[in-house]
Design a protein around this ligand. Structure first.
Ligand code: SAH
Length: 394
C-alpha cells in the first residue's frame, strides 16, 4: 500500500475521527500514486492512522475510508452501503416519501459519494477522486443492494473542479428514466427533472420543513421566495393558504411549480408565480406597502465556505430585514440558510440583526434542519449545513 506520512502533530484531526487530510499536513507522499487510489496515512513516527483515497489535485489531499487496517474493496463498500440503507430504513424515511437521500457522502462514511433515490431510479453524484475511482464498483453494488435497475449520474457539481474532475451527466446503469418523473412526498406529488434540475433534481433536505409550512399556512397570505419547483408553495396551498405568491428567477422552475399545483388538484386561482430577482422584488413590495402573513426565504447557497461568510451575511441580512418589514403583526417568517460557511449561531445573529434594523420585535419559536436522510456525523460537523428559523413578529 502506498504511504502518506504526515508532519509531526498533524495526526490530531484523524485521532478525533475527522475524515480529511489537507495538503499542508503532509510531510511526504510515495511517488506515482494514482488519483483516487487507496493509500495508508501514517504518523511522523510511522504509525498506521487510516486508509484513505488520494486526491492529488485537491487541497483536501486524502479522505479516510477506514481507520482500521482492513482491505478497501468491493466487500468493504458493500458493508458501508448496507449500513447507509439500514439507517434510512430505521428512520422510516420511506414512510414519508419515495424520494430520499440514500447515501450522504462523509456523513455515511463514504466521502465523495451522494446517492438519492427517486422512486425506482437512483441518482448518483461522484464528487471526489476517490468516489470516481470506485464508481463502477459502487454502481454495481448499489443495484445489488437495492434491487433496482437504473442509475442516472449527475456528477455536475462545481466542487468536482477542485478535484480535477470534469462534469459527467448521463445514464450509468439501466434504461433512461422519464424526464420529468413524478415522486410523492407525504400525500403530495411533485414533478422532478433528474436530468436538469438543481442538485439531483429536488431539494430532498427540506421535506420535513415543507410539511411544517403546510401546518402554518391555513388562511394565510403567503410569500414563497426562491420557490424553485414549488416545494413550499404546494404545501402552503395544501395547508389551506388564502393566497400564495411564489418568486424565483428561473422560468423553468416556475413552470414546473405551476404544473405541480395542477398535479395535486390545488386551487390555482389562489396562486401567482412571479419571475424575478427576490432582492429587487422585496424592495418593490416594500415600496408598494404590500404585506403578508407567512414569508418563506429559502435562498441558494450564498457561502459555500467560511471564506464567503461576510458577503453572504450581507445578503441574508438584506432579505430577512425586508421580509420582517413585509410581515403583518403576528406574521410568521420561515427563513433558511444552506451555506456551509455560515453556522447556525451566525445565522441566528444575522436574523437578529435584520429584526433590529427593521425595527421589529420577533421571537424564535422553532429551529429547523435537514431531514434524517441527511444525517450529520458527530466527527464531521461539516455535514450539518441546513438551518432554519421560524420567527413570529410581535
Ligand atoms: N424552496 C425550494 C428550493 C429553493 S432553491 C424547494 O423547497 O424546493 C433556490 C432557488 O432560488 C432556485 O430555484 C433558484 O432559481 C432561485 N434563485 C437564486 N437566486 C435568485 C434570486 N436572486 N432571485 C430569485 N430566485 C433566485
Amino acid at each position: 500500500m502506498p504511504q502518506i506520512r504526515l508532519k509531526p502533530g498533524r495526526e490530531k484531526s484523524l485521532l478525533r475521527r475527522h475524515l480529511w487530510i489537507f495538503s499542508g499536513a503532509i510531510h511526504r507522499a510515495d511517488g506515482n500514486i494514482a488519483s483516487g487510489s487507496t493509500v495508508d496515512l501514517v504518523s511522523a513516527g510511522g504509525h498506521f492512522l487510516a486508509r484513505a483515497s488520494y486526491s492529488p489535485a485537491s487541497q483536501i489531499r486524502a479522505r479516510v475510508w477506514t481507520f482500521d487496517e482492513e482491505s478497501v474493496d468491493s466487500e468493504f463498500f458493500r458493508k458501508r452501503i448496507r449500513s447507509a440503507i439500514d439507517m434510512r430504513r430505521r428512520s422510516n424515511v420511506e414512510g414519508q416519501s419515495n424520494a430520499y437521500r440514500l447515501i450522504y457522502a462523509e456523513a455515511d462514511s463514504l466521502p465523495g459519494l451522494i446517492v438519492d433515490r427517486y422512486d425506482d431510479v437512483l441518482v448518483l453524484q461522484s464528487l471526489t477522486a476517490g468516489s470516481e475511482y470506485w464508481k463502477q464498483t459502487l454502481a454495481d453494488l448499489l443495484l445489488e443492494e437495492t434491487g433496482l435497475a437504473v442509475i442516472y449520474e449527475r456528477s455536475d457539481a462545481d466542487v468536482r473542479e477542485l478535484e480535477g474532475l470534469s462534469p459527467k451527466v448521463g445514464l450509468l446503469r439501466g434504461e433512461t428514466p422519464p424526464f420529468p418523473m413524478t415522486i410523492h412526498e407525504h400525500d403530495l406529488k411533485f414533478l422532478v427533472n433528474l436530468q436538469s434540475g438543481h442538485k439531483t433534481g429536488f431539494y430532498l433536505d427540506q421535506r420535513r420543513n415543507r410539511l411544517r409550512v403546510r401546518e402554518l399556512a391555513k388562511d394565510r397570505d403567503v410569500l414563497d421566495c426562491f420557490c424553485y419547483t414549488g416545494g413550499f408553495t404546494v404545501n402552503a396551498l395544501a395547508g389551506g393558504a388564502q393566497s400564495v405568491l411564489s418568486v424565483d428567477s428561473s422560468a423553468e422552475a416556475l413552470a414546473l411549480c405551476k404544473e405541480n399545483i395542477t398535479l395535486n388538484s390545488l386551487p390555482a386561482g389562489r396562486h401567482t408565480a412571479l419571475e424575478g430577482d427576490v432582492f429587487q422584488l422585496l424592495r418593490k413590495f416594500r415600496d408598494e406597502n404590500r404585506s403578508f402573513d407567512l414569508i418563506i426565504l429559502d435562498p441558494p447557497k450564498f457561502a459555500p465556505t467560511a471564506a464567503h461568510a461576510e458577503k453572504a451575511a450581507r445578503a441574508y441580512k438584506d432579505i430577512n430585514l425586508l421580509a420582517f418589514k413585509l410581515l403583518r403583526p403576528g406574521g410568521v417568517l420561515v427563513t433558511f440558510s444552506c451555506s456551509g460557511g455560515v453556522d447556525s449561531a451566525l445565522f441566528q445573529k444575522i436574523v437578529a440583526g435584520s429584526a433590529l434594523d427593521a425595527e421589529v420585535e420577533a421571537q424564535i419559536v422553532e429551529w429547523l434542519s435537514q431531514g434524517a436522510d441527511h444525517p450529520v456525523s458527530l466527527h464531521f460537523p461539516e455535514s450539518a449545513y441546513l438551518k432554519g428559523l421560524v420567527c413570529i413578529k410581535k
